[in-house]
Design a protein around this ligand. Structure first.
Ligand code: ZN
Length: 504
């Protein structure tokens, strides 16, 4: 078979898989926004059927023979060329899927489905003993997954690779080890700072209808295109890239907290701008029309949420607008006090509520525990004690119960071991990208002060979005910033910012 014909057929097949998966994505969006509770059982059956079909198509032996026919063909001569990059990624996915025995895949699906129910119950009652046998089962299963997938360094590599292709555990550990003492030191400085912003300012009464108006205004200014996307309400906010021309974000409004919905919308709109900036017109259904990794995806949301949304420059323009919309709540608050309030930092128990200065410590703790579990260095039964010990060490607070400790996240019960590090990788990528944007766009701060965000958006589109998965994440960072991923940009950014607010 001529390489070009083989390639065409391969792309046709991946497009078909992607179209099927986009149906599942739409059903998933509907489930979390408008579906009546009674539809849950049938929806699980619908999603199960689609996932099974997509898996079947991906492991189809024909995919294997097409990939084999393209091995060492002239199409792969330029490793960064469209065809070679697509082949690299399609091969990776096909291999991952075919290396796992069907029986193991089914056992994981069944076990994690039950484990999630048990986890919910264990968390509700703060009874970790109820969940530990399930954690033990899941750790056993993912260790078997790692064995089948294979790895060069340690078993965790095989799990991490699912979420952050090309990243290695050793590399992530090296960066996290350099970051941890810096963050611990930063948080000590914040705790003993002479100045403290008043967090209560953003916990006044903020009418949800007005929060929606303000959030939509900010999203539109960022470049979220409401003709190619929409914003809805949900309990756990997310972004769903359904397909070309259809990217959806969700949020939740808390009448006593301005931060939640606003920064939630900016976060999800950041994800959405990435989806909208991918070249789906040409590359939909192939890796080049898809995000490079979860970490890169998260960098886009964090950059808009934090580097932009929690900056003084952004509020120089948007604060007067916020004061107009939330007249009663903000009439007596200065820009400086408001800027301090949205950046208030204090160690807290719950990861998803953590601020920029403490967030990554929550992730490191999870990464270290997961890595030790998968290696076999730590028994699942020892997790609660080890969690609490590290929490005291890194964040300086006692964990009062396991519900607010090791039971707080869904990831382990759903089998998502290897996922957590992508959150901190996202923060690291975001800081490094934003530094580069500052160097490339000399007027960036002034533009933000005038409410103009198109320069930054176009820069991100040009440097990151339009490439899709053409480059592995690590290489993309090097190409965009001229340097490998480093903890330094994030450390400098956090120290500069919190030093200014807290006066150290
Ligand atoms: Zn996100």
């Amino acid at each position: 078979m001529a390489p070009l014909d083989a390639y065409r057929e391969l792309v046709e097949r991946t497009r078909k898989i992607a179209t099927l998966q986009s149906c599942a994505e739409l059903l998933g969006w509907e489930e979390r926004t408008t579906m009546p509770r009674g539809g849950a059982g049938h929806r699980a059956a619908q999603l199960g059927l689609l996932a099974g079909l997509a898996h079947q198509w991906l492991v189809d032996p024909r995919m294997g023979s097409l990939l084999a026919a393209l091995e060492d063909s002239p199409l792969t001569a330029d490793p960064a060329g469209v065809e070679a990059a697509n082949l690299r990624e399609i091969r990776r996915r096909h291999q991952r899927a075919t290396r796992l025995p069907q029986a193991l895949v089914e056992e994981i699906a069944q076990t994690t489905s039950l484990a999630q129910g048990e986890w919910q119950e264990a968390r509700r009652r703060a009874e970790v003993k109820r969940f530990l046998p399930w954690l033990e089962k899941i750790v056993g299963l993912v260790r078997r997954v790692a064995g089948h997938i294979g790895y060069d360094g340690e078993p965790y590599d095989a799990l991490l690779d699912e979420y952050e292709p090309g990243a290695t555990t050793a590399e992530v550990a090296r960066i996290f080890d350099a970051l941890r003492p810096e963050l611990v030191a930063l948080n000590r400085k914040i705790a003993s700072a002479p100045r403290k912003p008043d967090a209560a300012i953003v916990q006044r009464a903020f009418d949800p209808e007005r929060q929606k108006i303000f959030g939509e205004m900010v999203a539109a200014a960022m470049g979220f295109d409401f003709a190619r996307g929409r914003l809805d309400v949900t309990t756990h906010p997310f972004c769903a890239g359904i397909g070309p021309g259809d990217t959806r974000i969700t949020t939740r409004y808390n009448p006593r907290r301005l931060n939640d919905a606003l920064f939630g919308i900016m976060h999800e709109a950041g994800h959405a701008l990435y989806e909208m900036g991918l070249d789906k017109a040409t590359h939909f259904g192939t890796p080049l029309g898809e995000a490079a990794s979860l970490g890169i995806h998260e960098s886009q949301s964090r950059l808009w949420e934090n580097q932009v949304g929690r900056s003084r420059a952004f509020w120089a323009y948007f604060y007067p607008q916020a004061q107009r919309i939330f007249r009663e709540a903000l009439a007596d608050v200065s820009l400086e006090d408001f800027y301090g309030a949205v950046n208030h930092s204090a160690p807290s128990l719950i990861r998803v509520e953590a601020d920029e200065a403490t967030y990554n410590l929550h992730i490191m703790l999870r990464f270290e525990l997961e890595r030790a579990l998968v290696k076999g260095d730590l028994a699942p039964a020892d997790i609660p004690e080890e969690w609490n010990r590290r929490f005291r060490d890194y964040l300086g607070i006692e964990v009062p119960d396991d519900a607010r400790g090791c039971l707080q996240d869904i990831h382990w019960s759903s089998g998502g071991i290897g996922y957590f590090p992508t959150y901190t990788l996202g923060n690291l990528y975001a800081a490094q990208f934003f530094d580069q944007a500052r160097r490339d766009l000399l007027d960036l701060d002034r533009e933000l002060e005038q409410g103009r965000m198109s320069g930054l958006r176009e820069w991100l589109r040009e440097k990151i979005h339009r490439h899709g998965s053409r480059y592995p994440a690590g290489e993309l960072v090097r190409r965009v910033t001229g340097a490998p991923l480093s903890p330094q940009p994030l450390v400098s950014y956090l120290n500069r910012k919190f030093g200014g607010i807290y006066g150290f």
